[in-house]
Design a binder for this molecule. Structure first.
Ligand code: NDP
Length: 246
């Protein structure tokens, strides 16, 4: 039998990129999957349809991660429609880059709401439903580990914050047999960070492996943490970054 047979996963921000690869991989490993999106309704519905065609149940939910009520509602809807919740993957994210002097309070609130408040709120809602063996996995960033260049203080702050969140929740939920971890991708070829984009060569120069990773590289580690192999891994962060922070 498949490692995630009978499990239900919720992956936030999974209409494209890393989140979509995670949703596909968890479904391939046997899980039924709920995905959220903010604007790509068609792509999210197409992915859900593909997963259903592969024999799993799947639903797409419009839920802006910047809206705490929508985040909670997406957890409740997953449980209502798919019957349970075993795996929460907090992936929804936006890049934030620019001169520190020009950063606005409005952008600070938006980025922190999406990257920090949403995982906090989703974890709290999920914790009411997660059984023993449950998993919470948050997608941080190699920039939460090592920043290495100017213009990313806000982004790095938000990605470092989820490391603390995962450690704290690992303490809170460990007694219930629930593991909580952060996965820290390095340069991954997606719409957010195209391998042929501006600044890509600069990132490649800092990569011991010399090339961008793929969304599937991140999905593989999330699948490991979500599966039986992740049972004794909690309260830690795992870099999947081609050596970027080494
Ligand atoms: P993409 O921009 O390619 O995709 C982002 C996904 O998140 C989309 O599905 C998008 O939905 C969704 N999303 C964005 N904002 C919101 C929101 N407010 N509410 C709900 N969903 C939202 O990004 P990646 O796949 O590259 O990134 C995924 C995660 O990985 C992010 O947390 C990012 O910070 C992190 N990361 C990425 C790296 C990279 O090099 N690519 C490196 C390190 C970390 P929609 O289609 O509806 O807009």
């Amino acid at each position: 039998t498949l490692p995630l047979a009978g499990k239900v996963a919720l992956v936030t921000g999974a209409s494209r990129g890393i989140g979509a690869a995670i949703a596909r991989r968890l479904a391939a490993d046997g899980a039924d999957v709920a995905i959220t999106y903010v604007s790509s309704a068609q792509r999210a519905e197409e992915l859900a349809a593909q997963i259903r065609a592969g024999g799993r149940r799947a639903i797409a939910i419009a839920a802006d991660a910047a809206d705490a009520q929508a985040v909670t509602a997406s957890v409740e809807r997953t449980v209502a429609e798919l019957g349970r919740l075993d795996i929460l993957v907090n992936n929804a994210g936006v890049f934030a880059y620019g001169p520190f002097e020009d950063e606005t309070l409005e952008n600070y609130e938006r980025v922190m709401a999406i990257h920090v408040r949403a995982p906090f709120v989703a974890a709290q809602a999920a914790s009411r439903h997660l059984p023993r063996g449950g998993r919470i996995i948050t997608i941080g960033s190699c920039l939460g580990e090592r920043v290495g260049a100017p213009g990313m203080a806000l982004y790095s702050l938000s990605k470092a914050a989820v490391v603390g969140l995962s450690k704290g929740l690992a303490q809170d939920l460990g007694k219930r047999g629930i593991t909580v971890n952060t996965v820290q991708p390095g340069p991954i070829d997606t719409d957010m960070n195209p391998a042929d984009g501006e600044g890509a060569d600069h990132q490649r120069a800092g990569l011991p492996l010399g090339a961008f990773g793929t969304a599937d590289d991140i999905a593989a580690t999330v699948a490991h943490l979500a599966g039986p192999g992740g049972a004794f891994i909690t309260g830690t962060q795992i870099s999947v970054d081609g050596g970027f922070s080494a």
